[in-house]
Design a protein around this ligand. Structure first.
Ligand code: CP3
Length: 368
C-alpha cells in the first residue's frame, strides 16, 4: 500500500495566524483547501475537480471493469483506490470521496440502478403521498463500509484533505419522483405545487438521511463536505427560498459540525446565488454561466467561491484552456477565498493530461 500522499508539490509553507482554530482536527486541517474555505491566506490557490474520480481516467475504467457502480461505492477497497487515483495522478489539493448522491437511498433499501451513460434509474418512482410515507429511513449502522473507507483514505492522504459529500434534498427528490434523469423536472415541480405537505415531509426525510451520510464521513475524518444540489437551478428564486432552501439548511444544521467547512453547489444557479449561502455554506459553488467576480457580488461578503471553469473548455485547444484558467484565477481574487474547480463535473472524454496541466498552471499562477 502506498504511503501518505505528499502531492507532487513542494512542501507547503506554514503561514502565520490562527490557522487551525475552528477547523476540523487532523493533518489536513491547515491545508490550503481548508484555509481557502475560511478566507484565510493560502500558499497557492487550491484546485480539485468535481468528478475527478471517474471515467476520464484509464486506471478507473480498468478497476471498475465487471463491478456495478453502486456495488463499487460500497466496497471500501475500491472506494479507497478510486478516490486516490486522481490525487496521485494530478496532484490535486483535495480528494473527493468516490460514491454517489443516491447511495444513502440505496443503503436504505430503495431499488436504484445507475445505468452507464444515463444515470440513476429508480425501479418504482415516487408518485403519490403514500409513496413518500413508505420511503425507508437510512439507519446509520448500515454505513460501516463508508466509515471504513473514509478512515483508510484519511490515513493514506496525510495532509491532503478529503471532501465528503451528499446530495441535497431537492436533487435527490428529482431522481425519486422522475424515476431517472430529467431536463425539465416537471413531475417534481408538479408534486411540489400540488402536494405541499407531502413535499415537505419528503424533503425533511431526505435532509435527515443526507445529514446522517455526511456525519459518518466527518466523524471518520473527512476535512470538508460538499452538498450537491445539482438541479436546484430549475427553480425560481421564490420557490427555492420557500420550498427547498430550508431543507438544505436542515442538512447542514443536522450535521451539527459547525467547525467543518461546507461547500454548496448547483448548476444554473445564477439567480439563486444571493440565497444559496443562507443554507449555511462557507463556500458557494458556481457553474460556468456567472463569472466569479460577478458571483462574489451576488453572494455577498462572508463566502468563499469555487468553480466556474466550463468542463467543455478542457476539450478545446491548450491556448483556450490557459486563457480560461487565467481569467478564473484573476476573477477569483474578488472572492473572500477561492477554490479552483470546474463549473460542473469532468466530462468522460477529457484528456487526463489536461487536468494535470490545469493543476500545475493554477499553482504556478497563484504561488505566493
Ligand atoms: O469524483 C467525484 O466527484 C466523486 C464521485 C461522484 C460521483 N457521483 C461518481 C460517479 C460524485 C460527487 C457524484 C455525485 C453525483 N451523482 C451527482 C452530483 C454531481 C453532479 O454531477 O451534478 C449527481 C447528479 C449524480 C447522479 C449520477 N451518478 C449521474 C448523473 C451519473 C452519470 C451517469 C453516466 O454514466 O453518465 C452517475 C454515475 C456516476 N457517479 C459515475 C461516477 C464516476 C459514472 C458511472 C460509471 O463510471 O460507471
Amino acid at each position: 500500500m502506498p504511503g501518505p500522499v505528499e502531492g507532487r508539490s513542494r512542501p507547503r509553507r506554514r503561514l502565520g495566524g490562527s490557522a487551525s482554530v475552528g477547523t476540523a482536527a487532523g493533518p489536513a486541517a491547515d491545508s490550503d483547501l481548508v484555509r481557502a474555505t475560511r478566507g484565510l491566506p493560502v500558499s497557492r490557490t487550491p484546485v480539485w475537480f468535481m468528478r475527478q474520480a471517474g471515467r476520464s481516467l484509464p486506471e478507473y475504467r480498468a478497476l471498475r471493469e465487471g463491478t456495478a457502480m453502486l456495488e463499487a461505492c460500497q466496497d471500501p477497497d475500491l472506494v479507497t483506490e478510486i478516490t486516490m487515483q486522481p490525487v496521485r495522478r494530478h496532484g490535486v489539493d483535495a480528494a473527493i470521496l468516490f460514491s454517489d448522491i443516491v447511495l444513502p437511498l440505496v443503503v436504505a433499501g430503495v431499488d436504484i440502478e445507475i445505468k452507464p451513460g444515463v444515470g440513476p434509474v429508480i425501479a418504482s418512482p415516487l408518485r403519490t403521498v403514500a409513496d413518500v410515507d413508505a420511503l425507508p429511513p437510512l439507519e446509520p449502522d448500515r454505513l460501516d463500509f463508508l466509515a471504513t473507507a473514509v478512515q483508510r483514505l484519511v490515513g493514506e492522504l496525510g495532509a491532503t484533505p478529503l471532501i465528503g459529500f451528499a446530495g441535497a434534498p431537492f436533487t435527490l427528490a428529482t431522481y425519486l419522483i422522475e424515476g431517472g434523469p430529467s431536463k425539465e423536472h416537471a413531475r417534481t415541480k408538479a408534486f411540489m405545487y400540488a402536494e405541499p405537505a407531502a413535499w415537505q415531509r419528503l424533503l425533511e426525510r431526505l435532509a435527515v438521511s443526507a445529514a446522517t451520510f455526511l456525519r459518518v464521513q466527518v466523524d471518520a475524518g473527512a476535512s470538508a463536505v460538499q452538498l450537491f444540489d445539482s438541479w436546484a437551478g430549475v427553480l425560481s428564486a421564490a420557490d427555492y427560498a420557500g420550498r427547498v432552501l430550508p431543507h438544505s439548511r436542515a442538512v447542514f444544521d443536522g450535521l451539527a459540525r459547525p467547525e467543518v467547512p461546507k461547500v454548496h453547489f448547483g448548476v444554473g444557479t445564477g439567480e439563486l446565488l444571493p440565497l444559496i449561502g443562507d443554507a449555511g455554506a462557507d463556500v458557494v459553488g458556481v457553474d460556468w454561466r456567472v463569472p466569479l467576480d460577478e458571483a462574489a457580488r451576488r453572494v455577498g461578503p462572508g463566502y468563499s467561491l469555487q468553480g466556474n471553469l466550463d468542463p467543455a473548455v478542457l476539450l478545446a485547444d491548450r491556448e483556450t484552456v490557459d486563457r480560461e484558467v487565467r481569467r478564473i484565477v484573476e476573477q477569483g481574487r474578488a472572492a473572500r477565498g477561492h477554490v479552483f474547480n470546474l463549473g460542473h463535473g469532468v466530462l468522460p472524454d477529457t484528456d487526463p493530461g489536461v487536468l494535470t496541466h490545469v493543476v500545475e498552471l493554477v499553482h504556478e499562477l497563484t504561488a505566493r
